[in-house]
Design a protein around this ligand. Structure first.
Ligand code: SF4
Ligand code: SF4
Length: 487
């Protein structure tokens, strides 16, 4: 009874953040030892229902990642982020620098969505969708388990002195790691320059594109280093999203949580013992949850920055609970509030605020998309020119038209003068024809009858047409002589 009372007191202090002994685990990171050196994490291979679901999700996402660069829409990749040429294609829709506002708004909406999602569902993205987790847990870690065995065999192998067994296992593992890194970097590159260009780079060989190849090798080494050496440090130290958890999560956020009310006071399992009679909770201190954790933490200490919500500890604990004939869910997706107060998710002011902002942004983006035109044109009077006397009846101004063709086909562009009614347009040079994704420009004259000019500045209205279809409307001014000269 005394120990129970002490535990309740300690737990209260711990939750109030006043009892240093219970917060000791927060003094340093799980992967940094007392001597300041890295503690290598050897997570036990997880198994269980959630792990199987995650495997399935990862397979689908990896398949999408490797197949998407091959999918084309009218000859162009379906997704492209060509920062070098400032050309972006997202699910077949082409974006140009002129659409930058749409791109920025979409990014803001995406960030607000992530924030809202995190406020409600915690770091679920990290465990299920993040490329770092998917590549680490379902590509590189699987190779490691396959070649070096499970966590205890890996530990033994690392501790052993160099021998043939260690040499070939380590050698093969790192060779495969590097090969996968090279392949992955080529596919990442395909999202930037397109799979055809990547094919050309490969077929032409390093001599034809030495700087490109050096870049690829450097990125491959970085990629390899991230998964062979850095690993969980990316999630714990480098990833900005991970660092934001402290401000995004609150007591209502649903995260992977240990039900301390049910689990404590923890105690070793004895099948002959009546745990209730001995005031023991459901946690049997088996350490399975800690053993599978890829970031090396003990979830029973509470929500921690290192937790990527991978659910491995849920599966591990559920399997233990089944074995000791206790209900599953001692570790589960739950909010701190739901555990401490047995309360359901509350729609608080923060969630409401983010939802309103997100809805507003989505409406704005939808509106901007709806008014997005296939071409974007500008017409400016030629710099440094005034009016000219074209013939005895007309004055003329010279203009420059610039048109961006955002469509996937070559567009012939014609101009019509809407106002003034009797004005005329005379193109200079060849008719304007613009290839897909290109910018075209041409000069043209506008002729207006001297008798039609009522002031020195006359409004002119143009229609930009293509294949008989109106694409854009532009206003400009026609400069004429002042009233005295016209007389
Ligand atoms: S505590 Fe559990 S959910 Fe969090 S990283 Fe470790 S195993 Fe994954
Ligand atoms: S796996 Fe479950 S029972 Fe075992 S130590 Fe972790 S919380 Fe306790």
């Amino acid at each position: 009874m005394l120990s129970s009372a002490f535990f309740k007191f300690a737990l209260k202090k711990y939750k109030m953040n006043e009892f240093d002994e219970f917060d000791e685990f927060r003094d340093r990171q799980s992967t940094i030892g007392e001597d300041g050196n890295r503690v290598w994490v050897y997570p036990k291979k997880p198994k269980g229902r959630l792990y199987n679901y995650r495997k399935l999700v990862s397979l689908v996402l990896l398949a999408i990642f490797f197949i998407l660069p091959f999918i084309k829409v009218e000859g162009d990749p379906i997704v492209l982020f060509n920062f070098l040429e400032r050309k972006f294609i997202i699910f077949g829709v082409m974006f140009y620098p002129q659409d930058f506002h749409l791109f920025v708004l979409s990014m803001i909406a995406f960030i607000v969505f992530i924030v809202l999602f995190t406020v409600i569902f915690g770091r679920i993205f990290c465990g299920w969708i993040c490329p770092q987790t998917i590549f680490m847990e379902f590509v590189y870690r699987q190779i490691e388990y396959w070649i070096e065995g499970n966590y205890n065999q890996q530990r033994t192998l690392d501790k052993s002195s160099m021998n043939f067994n260690k040499l070939w296992r380590k050698g093969l593992k790192h060779l495969l790691f590097f090969l996968i890194s090279v392949i992955s970097v080529f596919f990442f590159l395909a999202y930037i320059v397109g799979i055809d260009r990547v094919g050309v780079i490969i077929s032409e060989g390093p001599s034809a594109n030495i700087s490109g190849f050096i870049g690829l090798i450097i990125f491959s080494i970085v990629h390899y280093f991230v998964f062979a050496k850095l690993r969980e440090q990316v999630c714990i130290i480098i990833c900005p999203y991970g660092r934001l958890q402290g401000v995004l999560l609150d007591r209502n956020s649903i995260v992977v949580s240990y039900d301390y009310k049910r689990g404590e006071p923890r105690g070793k399992y004895n099948p002959l013992e009546d745990r209730k009679a001995h005031d023991k909770g459901d946690c049997i201190e088996c350490g399975s949850c800690e053993a599978v954790c890829p970031t090396g933490i003990d979830i029973r200490n509470g929500t921690q920055l290192e937790c990527i919500n991978c659910t491995a500890c849920i599966d591990a604990c559920n399997s233990v609970m089944r074995r000791v004939k206790k209900p599953e869910g001692l570790i589960r997706y739950a909010s701190e509030r739901s555990i401490s107060d047995n309360a359901r998710l509350k729609f608080n002011v923060r969630i409401l605020f983010y939802s309103v902002v997100l809805t507003g942004l989505l409406v704005l983006i939808a509106f901007l998309f709806s008014i997005r035109t296939d071409i974007e044109s500008t017409i400016l009077r030629q710099k440094g020119t005034m009016f000219q006397e074209y013939d005895s009846l007309h004055y003329s101004n010279i203009y420059l038209i610039q048109v961006i063709n955002k469509t996937r086909k070559t567009l012939p562009v014609e101009l019509k003068l809407d106002e003034p009614e009797n004005g005329e347009i005379k193109m200079v040079g060849d008719p304007l024809v613009i290839e897909k994704g290109m910018i075209g420009e041409a000069q043209f004259l506008v002729l207006i009858k001297k008798t039609d000019l009522k002031s020195s500045n006359t409004k002119v209205e143009f229609k930009v047409m293509s294949n008989g279809k109106k694409m854009d409307e532009i206003e400009s001014t026609f400069v004429g002589p002042n009233s005295l000269d016209r007389k």
